[in-house]
Design a protein. Sequence first.
Length: 386
Amino acid sequence: MACASGRNELTSSPSFSSNSSEHDYSMSCCLPSGCRIEGPINLHESVKCTSSSDQCTCSLYMHSDCFLDFEDSVLQYLKLAGRSRSWSEKQKRQNIWTKRGYDIAFKACLCKCKKGYLKKDLDQVDDFEVVTVTKSKKKKRKSNEKPILILSSSPTSRNRTISGCSTGSEGMGLGKHLSPRETTFSFSRRADYGAFVSILPRQKLNPYQIKMEDETYGGNYDENRNFVLTNLTNYKVHTVHCVLCVRPLTVYDRYPLIDGTFFLSIFKSKNCNIEIAYNGMKKYLTAVCINCLQGNPNKVVCKHCDEEWRGDLYQLGTLYSFDIFAANPCCGKRLQCKSCSQNVMKNKLEGESYSWYAQKLTCFDCGSVDYHLIKPHHQFFKLSNI
């Protein structure tokens, strides 16, 4: 960890100026501990920094992965500092580049040129920014008001944490989080978010509809990602196919994981054969693309009653631990017992969670206990106009 030393050691956080345009810098990575990639800087895939010294001779740009290492080292310094010892992990990470946290941790940010201290340039446009518009602080916020995501052309190293993000996906509970950078099998880094922009209306470009990266390591969000990437690594698979339209989907190393969503099913299809063990059961990691979820250009309908399946109710880019096609059965065929073909739901239940339909149910007529509402996808669903 880099720390300031000698007579020039500062006792308070330095002030920063934006003067990089005055110098003709070579575009090499400015990671103080030394670049581990040893390649040229691509401005669209780099993180910009500022220096407290106008005499700095470094490029003030880091590779995305190098910046993650740099930020982790500064975070470790912050964890050991007395003034921040009582902060939670989330508070430390959120405040690391604000005045509150940087005043404590700046000594860990000594530049490679030893002339100043580095700091993340907070004026650099992130790929997702949350903008909440309210008319007045005194007025009550509308219950259906959602943050709007503003998308730039390409993602940077880490997405900003989006508060209030809710998801129906459940944690896999697999224990220690494994960062994608620690996996031996390589997954792609997302270059842009064009798939979401081209399909979703503007009001759906929000963190409720799209699962975004959480800045805190650990927790259910990272366990889900770890669960997906670990199982795909075991099969050496970095591309999956939509269970309905067979469209190939690239798997990315960060949220949103695919241009669609993952779910677990008890049924194996010819396009989805990633067998996994979950809670002592054999299940299959299955994917459905954003086009089928949103019904664009072709709606997904029931083969027996032609009612549309509402895939737009599910969050994109994440993992659901249940079969999402079991929820909200539309007709008698989808309610039939697998043993006696009688209706297993005498009265339609309202307000049940989506995962409820994917659990084992007891038939009132024959007493059979089974996953009665989970049906083979290719036998019960089709794309309209095909």
